[in-house]
Ligand binder design. Structure first.
Ligand SMILES: [Zn+2]
Length: 528
């Protein structure tokens, strides 16, 4: 389906409404003909003959998807009836201002595609494929920390409580404590247990959510700066909110498993979270058949289900690629030979590819889209510091925070290799999107997961194994695997040359246990 996705964008965003539908039916275009033949969910008006007079209804007006795209998107839903029962489809239709009882039809998938193309265009842009999967659903059905206004309110709180009080707070410890205190407000308000805090010791991370200890970890460097530019203040706020969104995701996953019948100790063991958190989740289970349940299931599939093994590979590769890039930069800086420049270009392309793959993980895609909503509430950096200029960091200087981060040669190299990377990836993505391959991968992952789960659970072994087996099975359906691959492929295209396919030939060591902590990896230019 990659081909159809690639060629599927045939029109600018178009409103989908009933008058448009009438027009389409009059036209008797291929999409409608096919729809009638295959789904029988909508009856054409037999009395109305296709008109050859009047303004020709543009085929392009059907929406962003071409016929093959429509077919593929419809199949995405109909092939996963347990994930997309009528009640879920009805909610999806209503949210897109369609009649709630139309089922899965061309109108629905074109409306989803239009939504993805317009409202889902913020970074990271959603693939325009008409498939409301684990990346699209949390954007349409925003709730909790990504509900409208929530992020911005937190940003405003950071502006007044931390950025404007930067000098008064004085120490990195005090700034971190205040930031986490502030972000615990929306977390608590949305029923998520608050986090404690610590510094993140991984130089590749701007922050991370350490779910085994329920702590938010933040890099010490930005907190140690004498002052913050507007951009740096926004970045810091984005990071805190990004990690808080992960906290919410992990709690929703725990609540989902509670709703699926897992015991508190089973949840703690399976997700690797503190027993106290698991108990709270057990006390407030999430209905697995609800829309928020489906969204949480998408995250669970990625972290603990069929997606766990590829996710771990992706996380391993971004770490390795970051380290390799730093080495290549150092070598080039020390000796700027053509060979070192070529090596640097290669390392940069590898890192770009790994970074895009990491950002395309469902839980990361969601967190990367959510963090900037908080940054929007930050309007300015710290006030110019009196007295001697503090170090490190661009104290009191506006908008210069990033100027020193990426030195000119590296930035240039990155630009030059972007096209190359995109080309390479196109081929790789295509093969990855083949159903057969995807099915195989999913099967393998399912096996791995089943094994891991069985061995991980003690007390509640029977219960968990059953639950997990069921969840894994449905997640491992060929169609689901195809969905993931296609989503990934689509995201590649929309990521403007970035490449989400993981190079697997240089992964160090074996895959770690499922469910590694979620990090906000630093963008390339901000790597230390
Ligand atoms: Zn993250």
């Amino acid at each position: 389906m990659l081909g159809s996705t690639a060629s599927g964008i045939v029109a600018p965003p178009t409103a989908v409404d009933s008058s448009w539908r009438d027009l389409q039916e009059l036209a008797g275009n291929r999409a409608v003909t096919w729809l009638v033949e295959t789904t029988l969910q909508r009856q054409p008006d037999d009395d109305v003959a296709p008109s050859i007079d009047g303004p020709a209804p543009p085929e392009a007006a059907t929406g962003p998807l071409d016929d093959a795209g429509v077919r593929g998107a419809i199949r995405f839903y109909t092939s996963q009836p347990s994930s997309y029962p009528p009640a879920i489809i009805a909610q999806l239709r209503s949210s897109l201002e369609l009649g709630s009882d139309g089922g899965v039809d061309a109108e629905l998938v074109q409306a989803v595609a239009t939504w993805q193309q317009t409202k889902g265009a913020n970074d990271p842009a959603l693939a325009v494929d008409g498939k409301a999967g684990p990346r699209t659903l949390p954007r349409i059905f925003h709730k909790g920390l990504n509900a409208p206004g929530e992020g911005e309110a937190f940003g405003e709180a950071v502006q007044g409580g931390v950025v404007d009080e930067w000098a008064t707070l004085a120490t990195p410890e005090a700034r971190l404590a205040k930031l986490v205190e502030l972000v615990n407000v929306p977390l608590t308000a949305h029923g998520v247990p608050p986090v404690t805090n610590a510094f993140d010791t991984d130089a590749n991370n701007s922050g991370s959510f350490d779910f085994p200890t329920w702590r938010m970890l933040v890099g010490k460097t930005p907190l140690s700066a004498g002052g913050l530019s507007t951009a740096a203040a926004k970045d810091l706020t984005d990071t805190i909110y990004h990690e808080a969104r992960h906290t919410e995701q992990w709690f929703r996953m725990a609540q989902l498993r509670a709703g699926q019948g897992l015991s508190a100790s089973g949840i703690a063991a399976e997700l690797g979270i503190p027993a106290t958190i698991a108990k709270q989740a057990k006390a407030s289970p999430l209905d697995a058949k609800s829309m928020q349940g489906l969204i949480a299931q998408g995250w669970w599939n990625s972290v603990y289900g069929a997606g766990a093994a590829p996710r771990n590979a992706t996380l391993t590769e971004i770490g390795n690629a970051s380290t390799a890039l730093k080495k290549a930069r150092a070598a080039f800086s020390k000796s700027p030979t053509p060979a070192n420049q070529a090596a640097l270009a290669k390392a940069t392309a590898r890192r770009d590819k790994a970074f895009a793959a990491y950002r395309n993980l469902p839980e990361e895609n969601d967190a990367w889209a959510t963090g900037p909503e908080a940054a929007a509430g930050v309007t300015h950096g710290t006030a110019p510091a009196p007295g001697p200029a503090p170090a490190p960091g661009p104290a009191g200087v506006t908008e210069t925070g990033d100027a020193t981060a990426g030195s000119a040669p590296e930035a240039k190299v990155a630009e030059e290799t972007a096209g190359e990377t995109a080309e390479d990836t196109a081929g790789a993505t295509e093969s990855a999107a083949e159903e057969e391959t995807a099915g195989e991968t999913a099967g393998e992952a399912a096996e791995d997961t089943a094994g891991a789960t069985e061995s991980a659970i003690e007390e509640t072994a029977g219960e968990t194994a059953e639950d997990t087996a069921g969840a894994t099975e449905s997640a491992a359906e060929e169609e689901t695997a195809g969905e993931t691959a296609e989503d990934t492929a689509g995201a590649t295209e929309s990521a403007a040359g970035d490449a989400p396919v993981v190079e697997t030939d240089e992964i160090a060591g074996g895959p770690p246990a499922a469910g590694r902590p979620s990090h906000e990896i630093l963008p390339e230019d901000d790597l230390p």
